[in-house]
Design a binder for this molecule. Structure first.
Ligand code: ADP
Length: 153
């Protein structure tokens, strides 16, 4: 490869891939889940964020993070309260769709100062189909970096 050919190729593989190519499964729970059960789920699935959905339609209604749960405990909140009482809510949830580019999503993650974004089916259907996290993005950049290093050796 000459330099003039490698760079556009790198841009294509590193930044222009789609959310659907690197997203991971999201842990989704109904709005009636208690604060205590949310904490158990964080440990059980080893995740930092839970996505709260409408029971039947599975439409996104909110997000609950580690700090939300810690704050609730610190406020001596009742651990049997439904998570709907403490979660961050739609429409204020920053979310992405499977066809958005990785560069767009990385920008959004940085701008919104959160650890992860839910991936929803489309802008009209808010059904959760996955998640994008800072860790997934880092893994993607590192694995593409190793591949690019391999090509140039
Ligand atoms: P942590 O609370 O563990 O530091 P985050 O930085 O992701 O995790 O979350 C910070 C705050 O932002 C929390 O109140 C959480 O509910 C909220 N939050 C998390 N993800 C989103 C999102 N995609 N859109 C809007 N708010 C979010």
């Amino acid at each position: 490869f000459s330099g003039s050919r490698v760079e556009p190729l790198l841009f294509e593989t590193v930044y222009n891939q789609r959310v659907k190519d690197i997203m991971a499964p999201a842990i989704c729970l109904p709005q009636t889940t208690t604060v205590a059960d949310c904490i158990t789920n964080l440990f059980m699935y080893d995740v930092g964020t839970l996505y709260i959905v409408e029971k039947d339609s599975k439409q996104l209604t909110g997000v609950v993070s580690r700090k939300d749960l810690l704050r609730s405990l610190l406020n001596k909140g009742d651990q049997t309260l439904p998570v709907a009482v403490i979660m961050s809510r739609m429409p204020n949830i920053v979310r992405v769709t499977p066809e958005q580019t990785i560069l767009d999503v990385a920008d959004l993650l940085i701008k919104s100062q959160v650890d992860s974004l839910p991936v929803i089916e489309s802008q009209t259907s808010h059904k959760v189909v996955g998640k994008i996290t800072k860790t997934l993005l880092t893994e993607h950049f590192v694995s593409e970096g190793h591949k690019a290093k391999g090509y140039s050796e």
